[in-house]
Design a binder for this molecule. Structure first.
Ligand SMILES: Cc1cc2nc3c(=O)[nH]c(=O)nc-3n(C[C@H](O)[C@H](O)[C@H](O)COP(=O)(O)OP(=O)(O)OC[C@H]3O[C@@H](n4cnc5c(N)ncnc54)[C@H](O)[C@@H]3O)c2cc1C
Length: 478
């Protein structure tokens, strides 16, 4: 059984018993909590579309590892076509859910480990690749969702892991046992950790000699003993709990902080432990894969924003305004350049020694810098086109109130021939698209802060080749 239905996915989460807190209270039922369920539904969409004609060919592929059809979200890319399909799938899904579907980060970890565990074994004769491939088989056979446990809380940013006053600021090994390791620390901003079956941990930065205990990678179930999910607040979270003025009526996103309070990891689930020089390679591979994923899904989110803007122009009677059409074009070209850059990073990919394919890092990082700036611009353009009610629309409860409801409805009417209720729903969607912090801040920081993208570009781009061009034209020969 390699392809779960959405219902089977949700039931599989129901069978798990994670330790989770939200707003100071312990959660006893994660799956039916409306705030978390909206996020689970977004990941559920990745299961649902695998059974839909429109999407099936994009999502379902054959695994050479288990020789069965699997979801692409469990398949490290084995060809240029796989790299391209990742981007196309993310774009379609981004438009389908209008937020983050939360399943790409796990795939980005799996793709990274399919490359780096092989490289470590080649140097040290370890058995991480074997451990990882056994884990991957389990993930594929059960169509599991993995979370990316990458970003440490990091304490004082001017100090490395071993120099921190509190040694737990970066996740690290506190005990080595015959059967495994015990780890302590915390990972921040864990997108969809409670929508995931497995937490896959990678280091958040390059490490030096002396940082051996921090140079770790492993996977554990999301309900492993000692693991605590503390769900973070985001701007519109109360709307889902309240069941009113939700905006995106189907999907949302949430990001817990994940505390590893002395968590045991058996050796067969360990993919790196102490090989400091490979931490940097893991970070580079993961962040580049993840920046490529972002470009696909965020282009899809702009597609949603363009649709919202165009419909609002109809509802407001501004469909013929040429300056608004220009602004729609400006939104579309931002989506297309983002998408194009990610596709290019895929077409320029190459095969690594393990057989897994990797993207062009410079193009992937260029796309992420573009995203950080241009998603904000696309959002600004959508808000400009839609109007001020993106900010302060009366509640659906006002509309339902028999005293003021009819008056509110009367004054919220737009162009003739369009239903006022639909105009209200569309404003609410525009608000969610523009102002949900869990989404919009990820445009900037998701996959690493903007400076990290620049540093990667400068390190990875062929600077010497560019100097040679200049030297040749200037006639410089030494
Ligand atoms: C919505 C959202 C979802 C996310 N999802 C995930 C996820 O699923 N899994 C995951 O692992 N991570 C996730 N992330 C984390 C993301 O990768 C980090 O937010 C990002 O790497 C930045 O790290 P930070 O938040 O600790 O900020 P910081 O690292 O503190 O950065 C803040 C600023 O300080 C600068 N800075 C930091 N350190 C230094 C230094 N030493 N010298 C000079 N400048 C410095 C940075 O460049 C940046 O401008 C998510 C983030 C967001 C916002």
């Amino acid at each position: 059984m390699a392809l779960k239905t959405k219902e089977e996915y949700i039931e599989s989460l129901r069978a798990m018993k994670p330790t989770a807190y939200m707003f100071g209270e312990r959660l006893t039922n994660v799956v039916d909590n409306p705030r978390l369920r909206a996020g689970i539904e977004a990941t559920g969409a990745t299961y649902e579309i695998a059974h839909m004609d429109e999407f099936r060919d994009l999502v379902v592929t054959q695994s050479p590892l288990i020789n069965e059809p699997v979801s692409r979200f469990t398949l490290p890319p084995a060809s240029i076509e796989d790299l391209v399909a990742r981007v196309k799938l993310n774009r379609k899904l981004g438009g389908w859910v209008g937020t983050c579907h939360q399943r790409c980060t796990g795939l980005d970890c799996l793709s990274t480990l399919a490359i780096v565990t092989y490289d470590i074994d080649k140097k040290y004769g370890t058995s991480y690749y074997h451990n990882f491939m056994e884990f991957l088989k389990y993930v594929q056979k059960n169509d599991l969702t993995c979370n990316a446990g990458v970003t440490d809380v990091k304490g004082d940013r001017s100090k490395g892991p071993s120099d921190q006053e509190d040694k737990d600021m970066y996740l690290h090994v506190v005990e080595r046992r015959q059967d495994g390791i015990v780890v302590r620390g915390a990972k921040a901003h864990q997108t969809g950790s409670l929508s995931s079956h497995e937490i896959v941990v990678l280091p958040t930065r390059a490490m030096r000699k002396g940082d051996e205990d921090y140079s770790i990678s492993f996977a554990i179930p999301a309900d492993a003993p000692g693991l605590i999910h503390v769900v973070g607040r985001s701007t519109l979270d109360m709307r889902e709990l309240d069941g009113c003025d939700i905006g995106n009526t189907r999907y949302s996103k949430y990001c817990p902080t994940l505390i590893f309070n002395d968590v045991f990891v058996p050796w067969e689930r360990v993919f790196m432990c102490g090989e400091t020089e490979f931490a940097g390679e893991m970070v580079l591979r993961f962040s580049s894969f993840h920046r490529q994923s972002h470009g696909g899904c965020k282009a899809g989110k702009i597609d949603c924003m363009v649709g919202t803007a165009l419909m609002m122009m109809d509802y407001n009677g501004t469909a013929k305004a040429s300056h608004l059409k220009q602004k729609v074009i400006d939104m579309v070209h931002r989506a297309e350049t983002l998408y194009g850059c990610c596709l290019a990073s895929s077409y320029e990919g190459r095969q690594e020694p393990s057989g897994t394919y990797f993207i062009d890092t410079v193009l992937a990082n260029a796309s992420k810098i573009h995203e950080g700036r241009e998603m904000a611009e696309a959002t600004r353009l959508m808000v400009d086109i839609c109007g001020g009610y993106v900010a302060d629309l009366p509640s659906d409860r006002d509309l339902a109130n028999p005293e003021i409801g009819p008056l509110v409805k009367k004054y919220l009417k737009g162009a003739d021939g369009y239903n006022v209720e639909n105009r209200i729903k569309l404003y609410r969607l525009a608000e969610k698209l523009a102002l949900e912090s869990a989404d919009t801040v990820s445009d900037i920081h998701g996959g690493g802060s903007p400076e990290a993208h620049r540093v990667t570009i400068f390190r990875e781009v062929n600077l010497e080749e560019k100097k040679e061009y200049a030297k040749r034209l200037a006639g410089i020969t030494d």
